[in-house]
Design a protein around this ligand. Structure first.
Ligand code: IMP
Length: 444
């Protein structure tokens, strides 16, 4: 039995959806602790593609309970669309629970997100435009509307009237946008509330009870370490805490209840939105990774920026999340390359820097220092064990594990569930039993 956090070790889009889907097989409960409909998971099961934004991927297993935790922000319209989509595909959403203390994204949040991005011009963050920042801002300002407020029409009416009047001033004076109508918003959200009501729970209590009943719980992080509000590439970050510590806060449980933390990283790096990206590639290689890896956002359809694997960021993710092991995804995307570079340190103002500088201006000046490894130039999509991999692909993985000083427990070589090498079952397997210090199997 284990309680496991899965988090993104880069800038999001690492393929957490597939890994959490795989691990959900052994989970009784899957919890989404933070983020909102800015996230997007694509999961392929038996040739059928599911695109999920808020609902944990565990919903695809008929017995698994799924909880959207307190640290999330919920856009009820999109959540209901997602629930309807699943129901249309004969996936039951009866086992979906929503925290009563999660905050609710309102129409003014979306409008303000988009309007403020436009006003920022070339200094824009490149948000998903889903109202995430403004929803979390209201939460911090203590003017937010929570799921529990939706459940009480009188409270909702009072809060909404006050808030919309204030937001209308901002919409009008700052952005020259038309005002929102309190009655219309109220009517929409009351209708959403009635449909969501049967799913609303005290999520922290529900998770605690599951822990006491010794159930397996998977905490499914959204976004990635470098998008963390406190520890990422601020200001080019999201407005929640996607790191492992954030999972405890968002779920409402103590850190002593967590057994393991698994980081997910692509075999290269991608980023959407603005902000520095030291290993970013331009030209044909960028195009190759983008095309070969189908690097387009699930939520916005935006083209992702692509670059080489950044070991400095990898080590940072190991440290800031206390990673026990890594899942490396999309190794197959590198199959055709003659040589593959890995950033092992940065050059910063003439000196070598082997750690992630918290100072944004310094990070923007970092230039990657690479080691070049030979490519394997063979297809790996069919590989199901480490022994099936070409030696050079194995060497590449070993290089990453040594660089980050963390074992690699899972290797993913395609979108399907079966295109996976489980080096060690991170939930049930004896901790690191099959692994030497670098994360690859002990030679016997
Ligand atoms: P926001 O979360 O919509 O406010 O966007 C802030 C930044 O986080 C932007 O650079 C987005 O592209 C990025 N972002 C938010 N969610 C995700 C995600 O799920 N994957 C990758 N990037 C994301």
């Amino acid at each position: 039995m284990a309680n496991v956090i899965v988090i993104g070790a880069q800038w999001g889009d690492e393929g957490k959806g597939k890994i959490t889907d795989l691990l959900s097989r052994s989970a009784d409960v899957v919890v989404r602790p933070q983020g909102g409909v800015n996230a997007g998971h694509t999961i392929v099961v038996k040739g059928q593609t599911f695109k999920l934004h808020l609902i944990p991927s565990g919903i695809l297993y008929p017995e698994t309970e799924c909880i959207i935790g307190s640290g999330t922000v919920i856009d009820p319209q999109i959540l209901l669309e997602e629930m309807d989509q699943l129901a249309a595909l004969n996936v039951s959403v009866e086992r979906l629970y929503i925290s009563q203390t999660a905050h609710v994204t309102m129409p003014y949040h979306r409008l303000l997100d988009q309007a403020s991005e436009e006003k920022r011009g070339e200094h824009k963050i490149g948000t998903t435009g889903r109202g995430i920042g403004p929803t979390y801002a209201d939460k911090s300002e203590r003017t937010g509307i929570r799921v529990v407020d939706l459940m009480e029409p009188e409270t909702l009416e009072k809060k909404l009237a006050w808030t919309i009047n204030n937001k209308n001033v901002i919409l009008d004076k700052l952005y020259e946008l038309p005002p929102l109508d309190v009655e219309a918003v109220m009517a929409d959200y009351l209708a959403y509330a009635e449909r969501l009501r049967p799913h609303v729970v005290d999520s922290s209590l529900k998770i605690y009870e599951a822990i006491k009943a010794r159930k397996n719980i998977l905490f499914e992080g959204a976004q990635g370490t470098l998008l963390d509000l406190d520890h990422g590439t601020y200001p080019y970050v999201t407005s929640s805490n996607p790191i492992a510590g954030g999972a405890c806060v968002g779920a409402g449980i103590g850190p002593t209840m967590i057994d393991r933390v698994i980081g997910v990283a692509k075999a290269y790096t991608t980023r959407v939105g603005e902000g520095p990206f030291p290993t970013e590639l331009i030209g044909a290689l960028n195009q190759h990774l983008c095309d070969r890896g189908a690097e387009f956002g699930t939520t916005t359809g935006r083209r992702r920026r692509c670059g080489w694997f950044d070991g400095v960021i990898g080590r940072y993710a190991v440290r800031i999340n206390g990673l026990d092991c890594l899942a490396i995804t999309k190794l197959d995307v590198l199959d055709e390359l003659e040589e593959i570079k890995v950033c092992v340190a940065y050059e910063l103002d003439g000196a070598t820097c082997d750690h992630f500088p918290g100072n944004a201006a310094q990070f923007a000046r970092c230039r990657p220092l690479y080691e070049t490894l030979p490519g394997w130039q063979r297809s790996t999509a069919h590989c199901r064990t480490l022994e099936d991999l070409p030696q050079k692909a194995l060497d590449y993985l070993k290089f990453l594990a040594e660089l980050m000083e963390v074992p690699i427990a899972i290797v993913s070589l395609g979108a399907s569930r079966d295109q996976t090498i489980i080096v060690e079952d991170p939930i049930h397997g004896p901790k690191r039993a099959l692994l030497d210090a670098t994360g690859l199997p002990v030679e016997t």
